[in-house]
Write a protein that binds this ligand. Sequence first.
Ligand code: ADP
Length: 338
Amino acid sequence: MKTIGVLTSGGDSQGMNAGVRAVVRTGLDEGFRMMGIFGGYKGLIDGNIRELFATDVSGIISRGGTFLKSARCLEFKEEPGIIKAVETCKKFGIDGIVVIGGDGSFRGARDLTLHGIPCVAMPGTIDNDIVCSDYTIGFDTALNIVADLVDRLRDTCYSHNRCSVVQIMGKNAGWVTLEGGIATGATCIIVPEVEFDFQKDVIDRIEEGKRLGKDSFIVMVSEGVFFNVKSNKNYQYVVDNDIDSPAKLAKAIEKATGVESRETILGHVQRGGSPTARDRIVAAEMGNYCVKLLKKGISNRVVVMKNEKIVDYDIVEALKMEKPFDVERLRMANSINI
Ligand code: ADP
């Protein structure tokens, strides 16, 4: 192997740049020619590629987003798209690729490896929803942003004796909501993975808080609660009660408790800004590890974190793994937070 390409794919996350930097610098240090593929698998199909040198990745370690850009590419999911991508690799002399993205991007890396271009992948997403990894790059930064923004909401809720219903981004997973809820002391934490009872888990908790002398409340709800996916334990509740948005949830809370309630959707602000030290460091370790695997002639692997250690798994096996939601942690949060 002489030339390694690197791409970022799927939803962006903070720390992707730090990952690309680590891949490029390690690759150059190991004697490879390094190529940046711009715009994910779409860039690979279109040949949107240029050689990267050490200084091309200078100054990006602290920047959010991805300077390689990211994209979703339907064409790449079909055989003709993959074949075009393989042809591009041949044209540019790329004989190995590091993919930074989520599990959709891992499937792409598997397909490309099966078509003769050895790939390794590493997890970049704020959602921490990659089943084979305890941690994904961007999660810590997103969490700190959530904590900061919810703290701000708490200040204004306190002044006006309000309840703030905050919708948290995280796709079908409740990890950002759970950890964000622990970090901010939210009265209610509602995630797609754990069934909730509006009366018991929301209204009764707010009433108990009132009884203890509280007059402002934070209710954190994952966006995924409102998605219709198989894994969503709360979707039927949402449909049956016509509470299909944080605004309607806020109204229902106000009606039941008399506490003035407002909704806030944090949305894409969770995905921007400078990555935390943890995200930069994990990105550096994983990026370095990916290149070392390719150098050893190992591919079709995903590089992940397990018990605070960087390890690698076969992509196909990794995609089949399970990461059960930490219900105990939610119970802990509920026992601390009122
Ligand atoms: P993420 O990587 O964040 O999970 P997506 O699921 O959107 O994001 O996947 C990113 C890209 O990976 C897709 O746009 C597509 O190009 C590629 N991809 C996704 N699923 C597959 C698949 N089953 N086979 C091949 N490529 C895929």
